[in-house]
Design a protein around this ligand. Structure first.
Ligand code: SME
Length: 154
């Protein structure tokens, strides 16, 4: 995917989020657009923070056994605790990893932040090793910022 394709995708996601009547629809549209546009995104989902747990919201891909993840667990819990994007090139080499599918090889988790508060996160798995680069991180951090606005308006 070229930079221009990514820019078009971000524009489409921004429009969909702006047109969505509520944050749930905005999140559903965003995960669908990301999954459809980028072939190496095998599973795309959003977790929302509820107390000390991350609760699975809209997702596209196989059902995950991890519908609630405590903040101290998994790569998801680590990204929320550290309030920072985490990219894992080889999930099987990362002791934090909670397996969702045997095919998954790499993962990116991007917190959705409002000021210093974590609202949730975008979690993407890939069946390709080391699938996520700087361009993915930039795109997903921009999508996370759009979702933060939508969630804080609800
Ligand atoms: N792999 C995640 C768990 C969520 S599933 O990938 C959908 C983790 O280690 O936190």
């Amino acid at each position: 995917m070229t930079d221009a394709d990514r820019s078009d995708l971000l524009t489409a996601i921004r429009s969909a989020i702006a047109a969505a009547p509520n944050a749930d629809t905005a999140m559903t549209q965003a995960v669908r657009l990301l999954k459809d546009a980028i072939p190496y995104y095998s599973w795309v989902g959003i977790y929302l923070l509820d107390g000390n747990e991350l609760v699975l919201g809209p997702f596209v891909g196989k059902p995950s056994p991890h519908t609630r993840i405590p903040l101290g667990r998994g790569i998801c819990g680590a990204a929320a605790s550290e309030k920072a994007t985490i990219v894992v090139d080889d999930v099987n080499a990362d002791p934090r990893y909670l397996a969702c599918s045997l095919e998954t090889r790499s993962e990116i988790v991007v917190p959705i932040m409002e000021n210093d508060d974590v609202l949730g996160e975008i979690d993407i798995d890939s069946d390709t090793p080391a699938a996520f680069g700087d361009a993915d991180r930039r795109l997903l951090e921009q999508v996370a910022a759009l979702l933060a606005e939508s969630l804080s308006e609800d």
